[in-house]
Design a protein around this ligand. Structure first.
Ligand code: NA7
Length: 540
């Protein structure tokens, strides 16, 4: 977009989603830094720019899923509690109108290299099309889902119909009317695509490896009047969310599952279920994610509720089995609206690919291990991402000695606070590895982490500090902390993208900080109050 090939700036941010836009606005408009953003896509929105597959919708309710900037929320009204991708894109247009964001974003600029010059203490960042930026502070805000995951099936390229990965869906959509459609994968994405395609496709087959323990969305329209009334409490609301584990306006009940009688428990489960969203996950008994028996009680309630909605016993046992038991909430539950009822239609099917894996792709469709050829016109690959670390390992980021991050993170992930790395002075990242990323929602997480990065940069300017760099010891300590926190929970007992276990060959470790926001915020504050404890500080 007419940007010069060579850019000099104080701060260079990569990614113009929630994180990048937050940093740009606060660093530029409140603190007066010169800031530029490189964005690989053609518009603002990050995940909402890339994901326009049918049914793409946020799973965190309004107003927690928006910026806390009053000038933005005062002038914006949502249509419903859980808006879809198109509305989120309009929201970013609104953010741009209010905060004048785009003038400092360079679009169509995929970053391919970043190197630090020890002498000048500047980063040099290069894009695929030859742009070069020199900056003092380099911030990676590319989120946790920047690298797609394609299955390694034989013959993937031979399919003659239409095949897309969910995050690369055509802008103008794919017409599924009268078509035979396959959806592979039942993460949040697969559930949403399947639910939408089921309305119009001639036939739909969902290929499920692990059941998604979906929760009822309880979607609701929001009127302008009710939002207007609620806005009186928004300032308080945005502060309060930081006092909860996952940054939501609700938190775990401070009792164990066994503290209540079966009747009381049933009543609470039912109430959380009716209130909907993530409440049955993140507003339930505090031991649910820690204790197997407590967890089992949750699973059993979930299975009872869901099984009652599926008529066919074979489909019922695949989608919501009584056995094997899947620890509840240790993988990301999706929110659904009529995902289970749709299987009561004869043209909607589910195949258990744990028992009967996909063996290969042929021109007409998919062949499963039992030799069946499933014929399709359209295949949606909802097979997820090399989540959390994949994107950052893939953008040519090198340390002070020219060693790539992909080497440093080959056998595991090391960072300090989930925002900085040893060997990378003045480089920050957010909503990524070893932060509260997966156990929170995007806007909350980027505001908490963004505020720390901004405070750190401001402190460096105020105190004439040239560079800060995390020490190896601090990284080792953080690495251990992230793993230990996870080991207390049931998260590490299950293969999931939280554990890096969705990608063949990826080291198995907890990739997210599971200590909750209050504890995380305390760690961040102590680091700054302690004059960059855990960092080597070089003064000008
Ligand atoms: P996810 O949550 O990683 O889901 C990917 C799905 O694809 C999941 O059901 C996987 O099964 C399945 N999968 C992955 N690879 C294969 C292969 N090779 N064969 C068959 N099935 C496969 O990605 P999403 O895009 O749904 O969601 C990502 C996050 O974005 C989500 O958590 C939200 O936070 C927003 P598995 O469960 O591993 O058995």
């Amino acid at each position: 977009n007419g940007a010069p090939k060579e850019i000099e700036t104080d701060v260079l941010v990569v990614g113009a989603g929630f994180g990048g836009v937050y940093l740009l606005h606060r660093l530029r408009d409140e603190l007066g830094f010169k800031v530029k953003v490189f964005e690989a896509g053609k518009d603002l929105g990050g995940i909402w720019h890339w994901n326009c597959y049918p049914g793409a919708r946020v799973d965190s309710p309004i107003p927690v899923y928006e910026y806390s900037f009053p000038e933005v929320w005062k002038t914006w009204t949502w249509s419903c509690k859980y808006p879809g991708w198109a509305e989120l894109r309009k929201y970013f247009d609104h953010v741009d109108e209010v905060l004048d964001i785009k003038k400092d974003v360079v679009f169509d600029s995929a970053v391919v290299a970043a190197d630090f010059d020890k002498k000048s203490k500047m980063w040099t960042v290069k894009t695929e099309d030859g742009k070069v930026a020199k900056c003092r502070y380099y911030i990676v805000a590319t989120g946790f889902a920047a690298k797609r995951h394609f299955p390694d099936w034989k013959g993937l390229e031979t399919f003659q119909g239409v095949m897309h990965h969910s995050s690369f869906w055509p802008e103008n959509g794919v017409d599924v009317r009268g078509k035979r459609v396959a959806v592979v994968g039942t993460g949040s994405t697969g559930i949403q695509i399947a639910q939408e395609c089921a309305k119009e496709a001639k036939e739909l087959t969902v290929f499920q490896r692990t059941p998604n323990l979906c929760l009822p969305m309880q979607q609701a329209r929001l009127t302008e009047k009710e939002q207007q009334e609620r806005k009186e409490d928004y300032a308080q609301f945005f502060r309060d969310r930081l006092t909860t584990f996952a940054g939501f306006p609700f938190d775990f009940i401070q009792r164990d599952t066994k503290d209540d009688t079966p009747e009381e428990r049933e009543k609470i489960f039912e109430q959380l279920w009716q209130e909907g969203g993530f409440k049955f996950w993140l507003a339930t008994y505090k031991d649910m994610l820690f204790d197997k028996d407590a967890n089992r009680q949750h699973y059993d309630f979930w299975a009872k509720k869901v099984r009652a909605r599926i008529n066919d016993p074979v489909k019922r046992d695949i989608l919501a089995p009584l056995e094997p038991y899947h620890p509840f909430g240790t993988k990301r539950p999706s929110l659904e609206q009529d995902f289970y009822e749709m299987f009561n239609k004869p043209n909607i099917n589910v195949v258990d690919i744990r028992k009967n894996p996909i063996r290969e792709v042929v021109p007409e469709g998919l062949v499963t291990a039992d030799g069946t050829l499933h014929k399709f016109d359209i295949i949606a690959l909802a097979t997820g991402f090399d989540s959390v670390t994949g994107g950052m390992k893939n953008m040519g980021l090198n340390d002070i000695n020219g060693i790539p991050l992909s080497e440093k993170w080959k056998l595991g992930t090391w960072s300090h606070l989930g925002m900085t790395c040893n060997g990378y002075p003045n480089m920050f990242f957010l909503y990524g590895a070893q932060g509260p990323t997966a156990f929170s929602n995007g806007p909350t997480c980027v505001e908490v982490q963004g505020d720390w990065i901004i405070d750190a940069i401001k402190k460096m300017r105020d105190e004439k500090i040239d560079s800060i760099e995390a020490t190896r010891e601090a990284e080792e300590e953080w690495h251990t902390k992230v793993q230990e926190l996870s080991k207390k929970t049931l998260f590490h007992t299950v293969d999931s993208w939280y554990m890096g276990a969705n990608i063949p060959g990826k080291p198995r470790e907890q990739l997210n900080y599971a200590g909750g926001f209050p504890e995380y915020s305390r760690e961040l504050k102590e680091t700054l109050d302690g004059n960059f404890r855990g960092f080597v500080v070089v003064s000008a």
